[in-house]
Design a protein around this ligand. Structure first.
Ligand SMILES: O=C(O)[C@H](CS(=O)(=O)O)OP(=O)(O)O
Ligand SMILES: [Mg+2]
Length: 235
């Protein structure tokens, strides 16, 4: 399947199919939030918009990256989210790179948000849709973040077939600048397990699709079945 890679600053016009990648940590966090019961994630462009959205609806929660802050219910850390109970909740998310990338392409006909934890389901979703050339939006470091590039390239390979060795891609992500910063405690709102949690291949069985709903950009999980096992030979 035809695909290419762009950073947020290089986006011109709207892609037909956009896959927005943020491994560390926005779209690992989003997947964990869904696994903990979040029903939908509303993407916000600023912290003040996130707080205003939260206040506008009863029961909504807000999450941002960086240090914990007044009015926000969670931070952008899979390690800090994984034991929370978010059953049935709507979560408003604002981060530095991931949510910015998704909002930049929010009007494209098909938008997925992805990371290693949903890599396989994302690739299978795209195979099933077969809806045209795929633009991977590499959100970190102006399109140069190696953890995001490695994940985008891995999903690109898996769109062509499931038999792709993950280890080289994970090694690139584990030795990326973002991983070093996280492991070195240079980022706020951090749990010591965050890097490992961002490097789990196919932890979750769903892809994450962003759609415009009224005036909002809303991310939801879409279950994607596993490939059937190969048929047995007749002998
Ligand atoms: O929370 C993150 O990991 C980053 C923000 S920073 O680079 O740590 O300041 O945000 P994201 O949008 O998830 O890359
Ligand atoms: Mg990132």
């Amino acid at each position: 399947m035809e695909h290419h890679f762009v950073g947020i600053p290089e986006l011109t016009g709207l892609p037909r199919v956009a896959v927005v990648i943020d491994v560390m940590r926005a779209f690992t966090v989003a997947a964990w939030a869904f696994s903990r019961g979040v029903e939908r994630i509303v993407l916000a462009s600023t912290e003040s918009e996130a707080l205003a959205l939260k206040e506008s609806r009863s029961g909504w929660l807000a999450l941002k990256d960086g240090a914990p802050a007044a009015g926000f219910d969670a931070v952008n850390s899979p390690g800090l989210l994984r034991s929370r109970d978010f059953a049935g909740r709507t979560l408003v998310q604002k981060t530095t790179a991931g949510t910015v990338g998704a909002l930049a392409v929010a009007n494209a006909p098909l938008v997925l948000c992805a990371s290693f934890v949903v890599a396989g389901p994302t690739a299978r979703f795209l195979q099933n849709e077969d809806s045209g050339p795929v633009t991977f939006v590499v959100t970190g470091e102006g399109g140069q973040a190696d953890e995001d590039l490695a994940c985008a390239e891995y999903i690109g390979q898996r769109m062509a077939g499931d038999d792709v060795e993950a280890a080289p891609y994970l090694h690139r992500a584990r030795t990326s600048r973002a991983a070093a910063d996280l492991a070195g405690g240079l980022r706020s709102g951090f749990h010591p397990d965050d890097v490992d949690l961002c490097l789990e291949i196919d932890r979750f069985p769903f892809a994450m699709v962003a759609r415009r709903e009224e005036s909002l950009t809303v991310l939801r999980p879409v279950p994607v079945p596993d490939l059937p096992p190969p048929a047995r030979g007749s002998g």
